[in-house]
Write a protein of this length. Structure first.
Length: 305
């Protein structure tokens, strides 16, 4: 922000439309900077469901942010007063450029040390944060983590996970015997008043992992329809067809955080859509409709079992 205060940039290019890119765009917009996001894929925010993505992107564009999809940056040239960002087909000028193209573990120095590592260089650990070498532990953004649903080692570098893994590694290094249950990939972000969140698997991910998965897509409001301040929200709920087991969900809209955490809690108990539709969720018009969106989605999902 010191750069912005000193140089007063008018145009910014953000390379990468992940969580960092979106949140950076929100911060820059508060300074009335013209923003362009250049994204290599045909969507932002990683594995986002198409129905959810459309709503989120349209909301951002309506707020004046330009997004260029399916485009890779080849070079960045610094001039006297501006940057020239060169892509495969075109070039763009800006007063500032921010690169936010993801994270990878900085573990190259361990490549020949005998540690079992994932393809991206993340150190493979078990539930106790132990590596393949006795008495050597790893935790945080350099390490994999167990996915509770798929039972696979995955790389999801988040501060929440790093904190939990670090606590367990430290305890076990000191003689303890603690274990980490794993993650379900819960994420949340926003651009101004448009929120996005996910937990568990997308429909395609679930099918790719061998689940006979189905999904429902529901639109609703965050409060009773007659109550002031209700915000639009949407959910895509993914579940196993035969058992009704909930496999994941994605949300877009407003006031989605508590709804997401309801689904996340059920993922850790192998909860079903039948259980969800009958849950005694707290209700009052300032907080939710009588039939909250989680309950509506679960009720519709039961019809597909």
């Amino acid at each position: 922000m010191n750069f912005i205060d000193k140089n007063k940039p008018r145009k910014a290019i953000i390379i990468g439309g992940g969580f960092i890119g979106i949140e950076t765009a929100e911060a820059l917009k508060k300074h009335n900077i013209d923003i362009t996001i250049i994204e290599g894929m045909d969507h932002v925010l990683g594995n986002i469901e198409s129905e959810i993505h459309e709503e989120f992107i349209n909301g951002i564009k309506e707020k004046g942010v330009k997004i260029i999809f399916n485009t890779f940056v080849k070079d960045i040239i610094k001039g006297n007063d501006e940057f020239n960002v060169i892509t495969e087909n075109e070039s763009y000028t800006a007063d500032m450029v921010i690169v936010s193209i993801g994270v990878r573990p900085n573990t190259q120095f361990l490549k020949d040390k005998g540690l079992n590592m994932a393809k991206n260089g993340a150190i493979i650990v078990n539930e106790k944060m132990e590596t393949s070498i006795k008495d050597v532990y790893a935790a945080g953004d350099c390490a994999t983590v167990n996915h509770f649903i798929t039972k696979e080692n995955v790389y999801i570098p988040l501060g929440t996970t790093a904190n939990k893994q670090g606590r367990i590694a430290g305890k076990n290094l000191a003689g303890g015997n603690d274990s980490f249950i794993g993650v379900v990939g819960s994420l949340i972000t926003k651009f101004e008043d448009i929120e996005y969140a996910k937990t568990g698997l997308t429909l395609q991910e679930a099918r790719d992992k061998g689940f006979d998965a189905e999904a429902v897509f529901i639109k609703s409001g965050s409060r009773a329809h007659y109550y002031k301040g209700s915000k639009k929200l949407k959910i895509k709920l993914v579940f196993e067809r035969k058992t009704g087991r909930i496999l994941g969900a994605q949300f877009v809209g407003g006031e989605i955080h508590p709804r997401l955490n309801t689904i996340t809690s059920l993922l850790y108990t192998n909860g079903t859509v039948d259980q969800l539709r009958n849950m005694d969720l707290a209700y009052s018009p300032p907080f939710s409709p009588v039939w909250d969106i989680d309950l509506v989605a679960a009720t519709q999902a039961v019809k597909k079992i």
